[in-house]
Write a protein that binds this ligand. Sequence first.
Ligand SMILES: O=C(O)COP(=O)(O)O
Ligand SMILES: [Mg+2]
Length: 228
Amino acid sequence: MNDIPFDIVGFDLDGTLLDTHRDLGEAVNHALELGGYDRVPVEQIESLIGGGAKIMLKKALDDAGGVTEEEFRPLYKALLAYYAEHNAVHSRPYDGAIAMLDGLAERGIKMAVVTNKFESFATDILTKLDLASYFETIIGGDTMGKGRSKPQPDPIFEAIRRCGGGPCVFIGDSTYDMAAARAANVPVVAAAYGYCDRPAHELGADIVIESLYEFIPALQNMPALQKN
Ligand SMILES: O=C(O)COP(=O)(O)O
Ligand SMILES: [Mg+2]
């Protein structure tokens, strides 16, 4: 029986379902080294995650002094090539993720991933971690076309559509997620354990959780704020 007031749950990926910062950090460091810059601690990369790989590398290079568009392009290409080969070396679901996904599946909830990663990377990682089958659809930063990724609402609308419609709640860890969910008019939960580019309680979420074990209990207590 479904005891939560939603039929659809949309998930951000990096910093929400999966701890991916080490693999992303290694990819950034690969590009930094190629450009002749010093490596940075992978923990430092966390706050750069959320807007996709391009923004992550841009921010890392800005911190290192900045580059021209011409210098940027080959480094970005190198990052993507490296990440394609090393995207699930250290990346793992957060504690409580599997039990939570099973709990939602038992309730007949349709689940979707809405990430700013490239769709192919997201699908590849979730497949390698044996998690892809939980999801009705995986929508990446490139799925909807240019200018239509989070913080735009488009990928959330598309996820709801692909899940057959119905009341939806979204969970994410960054300002991109909060803005996208607000623009799509769906309630939103903040993952305080993630890479929050702002303190979790300042993200403007309806609810803040400290671990994925808290997610289903939080949903049970959440009124259906919106029928889509
Ligand atoms: O890789 C990123 O920067 C963003 O990914 P996310 O949308 O899954 O957090
Ligand atoms: Mg995220």
